[in-house]
Design a protein around this ligand. Structure first.
Ligand code: B12
Ligand code: SF4
Ligand code: SF4
Length: 246
């Protein structure tokens, strides 16, 4: 079995065999080369210092990235709502644990094969004042070609935007997955129509001119979040929630 197939099988099996697998659909995997010139441009594109894979692992060769789309059942419960729903919150918590677990299993398997692995947590690895991370999983997902950015500022894949993702760095070559720099999975970027994510955003953080992350964060922190409620699924619940537009 090729290394890419070993990795893919671990990720897909963990999701399929999860005790709450009704929450998810089949994961999407991609592989980016640490030599991809886009990694050197990220700090400039994003506007704050981003780590190059080689800053984390000097002999880095491949970035593995995987996106776990939420199930249609969960998405249906979120669509049509104006505020956070418990299902989104439960999926948020459950996926964070699952992503961490998958990374641990991958790390174990790859280390046993003599491969070095660097992992990052799926979230909470960001500066709490500036609200950005030095290692952003979405960037690797775009570089690996598994999705594109939408007007909602989130990753949209062929299976949509409602979901969560993770990435890890290894010092072994895996052939990079193909990227189409000209395509977009977002309807607005394709046709100039849609903007559902902007209209649904309860905090006014999203607009066609950009994204006010401080406003979004203030909403997440304050208005409707308590210990048992996490996140806000409104900008993940437009027409691109479950599928990207090719
Ligand atoms: C900090 C953070 C937040 C902050 C600030 C968000 C921010 N700065 O964008 C707050 C708390 C507000 C937040 C909110 C949310 N978050 Co958040 N967050 C993160 C975190 C930790 C880092 C994100 C970051 O640094 N972004 C900076 C850059 C990458 O983002 P950006 O400026 O929007 O990028 C734009 C440009 O710079 C450019 N760009 C960026 N990279 C690249 C690369 C290339 C090649 C190109 C061409 C362009 C380009 O295009 C982008 C879009 O316009 C990540 C986990 C992680 N470590 O990756 C999760 C993460 C991004 N969050 C996630 C989610 C789901 C959310 C929420 C929906 C809340 C929730 N969980 O319910 C909201 C959505 C808000 C929104 N519409 O973006 C998911 C995204 C899932 C997805 N489908 O994309 C992540 C990846 C967590 C995870 N492991 O799944 N988040
Ligand atoms: S809701 Fe519409 S405009 Fe917003 S990201 Fe999705 S497809 Fe693009
Ligand atoms: S997470 Fe909620 S508040 Fe933040 S941008 Fe998305 S819809 Fe707006």
């Amino acid at each position: 079995m090729e290394l890419s197939e070993v990795v893919e099988k671990i990720v897909k099996d963990e999701v399929k065999n999860h005790k709450e697998n009704f929450r998810f659909r089949e994961p999407i995997l991609g592989f980016a080369s640490a030599e991809d010139p886009l990694y050197s441009q990220l700090s400039q594109i994003i506007g704050n210092k981003q780590l190059h894979p080689k800053d984390i692992m000097a002999d880095a060769k491949t970035i593995i990235v995987y996106f776990i789309p939420f199930s249609l059942e969960i998405i249906k419960k979120i669509q049509g709502q104006k505020n956070i729903v418990q299902e989104w919150s439960d999926n948020y918590t459950s996926t964070n644990i699952l992503l961490g677990r998958i990374s641990d299993i991958l790390k174990n398997e790859l280390t046993n094969r003599g491969i070095s692995v660097a992992t990052e947590p799926p979230t909470n690895n960001y500066d709490p004042i500036q609200l950005n991370a030095k290692w952003a999983h979405k960037s690797s997902a775009v570089i690996a070609g598994i999705g594109t950015f939408g007007l909602n500022r989130l990753l949209i894949t062929k299976s949509g935007t409602a979901g969560r993702l993770n990435s890890l760095i290894i010092n072994e070559e895996i052939e990079p997955t193909k990227r189409d720099d000209k395509s977009s999975y977002c309807l607005y970027y394709k046709t100039g129509k849609c903007k559902v994510c902007v209209e649904k955003c309860p905090s006014g953080a999203l607009s066609t001119d950009g994204f006010d992350r401080f406003r979004c964060n203030a909403y997440l922190d304050g208005k409707n979040i308590h210990d048992l409620q996490q996140g806000c699924g409104m900008c993940s619940s437009g027409p691109c929630a479950a599928k990207g537009f090719i």
